[in-house]
Structure formats: structure tokens, C-alpha cells
Ligand binder design. Structure first.
Ligand code: COA
Length: 143
């Protein structure tokens, strides 16, 4: 992901989460962590992800696919490529938080080998209230 991608990333982010990150948050995440995009051959941005690395841990901070293009395998492709090809060296475990109501994402993560570790109560603060997060993890076997 480059700065030039952030407009398209922002557009997808705004329609992907109940409390989306503003442009400033996306910029800060790109500056501080690792940003990735999945693009069509023609350059259309299909989706993106942000990953924070701490020593041998990778933390999936955000992943989203253009709503018009969901259900075609792109989310799986993006995350699998990150885990199997891009962020492999020295990574022994992946972590992520996901809303307990987010069945599509939970199903995707389980299919890629993630297991539930615990529940973080009221992790997501939204305008209308809060929601618990599942903390999930996937060992890479590299540790
Ligand atoms: C989660 C998300 C990234 C998945 O991307 P996607 O491209 O639609 O997913 P894929 O087509 O690659 O599907 C992969 C798997 O996810 C699961 N899945 C996807 N959509 C699903 C749905 N509507 N219901 C249940 N499971 C679903 C299935 O296990 C699917 O595998 P299958 O097709 O073999 O059954 C996408 O739904 C999204 O952008 N959601 C909004 C943002 C978000 O919630 N991100 C996660 C934050 S933790």
C-alpha cells in the first residue's frame, strides 16, 4: 500500500465497519505498521489489510474487501497471501480481534486455521453502544 492508495482504501473502510477509521487513522497506520492492497490486473483496488508486527507476532489490525466484490474469494486470497508469502519470515503467531457478530470474518479466519483464545468485553465502542471482540490466534509452526 502506498499513500496514493489511501483514497480507495478510505472509501472501502467507510462502508466496511460500524466505526470506520478516518483518513488520519489510515495514514497513521500506514506510517506505523504494514499496509497491503489486493489489486486487479487493471489496477482496481479490491481490498486491503493492515498488519502490526511485534517481534515474532503479527497482529491483523484491519482487513476489508470492496462490498461489491465480497464472496468471490478475495478476502481469503489476501489473508492467505499475507500469511503464507508476504509476512512469513520470523513470524510464529498471528493474532486478531473480530466482532462476535461478524460471522463472515469469523468463518474466514477459522477456515485459515485461527482459533478462539478469549473474549474481550466491550472492545468495540460504537455510537450506539459497544460490542465484544473474539481474540483469535493462528500459529504458523515457524516458532
Ligand atoms: C471479512 C471479509 C474481508 C471477507 O472477504 P470476502 O472476499 O467476502 O471473503 P471470501 O469470498 O474470500 O470468503 C472466504 C470465506 O469467508 C467466509 N465467508 C465469506 N462471506 C461469508 C458470509 N457472508 N457468511 C458466512 N461466511 C462467509 C466463508 O468461509 C468463505 O469461504 P467459502 O467461500 O469457501 O465458503 C469481507 O466480508 C469484508 O470486507 N467484511 C467487512 C470488513 C470486516 O468485517 N473485516 C473483518 C474485520 S475483523
Amino acid at each position: 500500500m502506498t499513500r496514493a492508495d489511501l483514497f480507495a482504501v478510505h472509501a472501502i473502510e467507510q462502508v466496511s465497519h460500524p466505526s470506520p477509521w478516518p483518513m488520519k487513522g489510515l495514514q497513521e497506520s500506514l506510517d506505523s505498521h504494514h499496509g497491503f492492497v489486493l489489486e486487479e490486473a487493471g489496477g482496481r483496488l479490491l481490498g486491503f489489510a493492515f498488519v502490526q508486527r511485534i517481534l515474532d507476532e503479527a497482529h491483523l489490525l484491519d482487513i476489508a474487501i470492496d462490498p461489491e466484490l465480497r464472496g468471490h474469494g478475495y478476502g481469503r486470497e489476501l489473508l492467505r497471501r499475507l500469511m503464507d508469502e508476504v509476512m512469513v519470515e520470523g513470524i510464529s503467531i498471528w493474532f486478531l480481534e473480530v466482532r462476535v457478530s461478524n460471522l463472515p470474518a469469523i468463518t474466514l479466519y477459522q477456515s485459515l486455521g485461527y482459533n478462539e483464545l478469549s473474549i474481550r468485553r466491550n472492545y468495540y465502542k460504537d455510537a450506539g453502544g459497544s460490542e465484544d471482540a473474539l481474540l483469535m490466534a493462528c500459529s504458523t509452526g515457524m516458532g
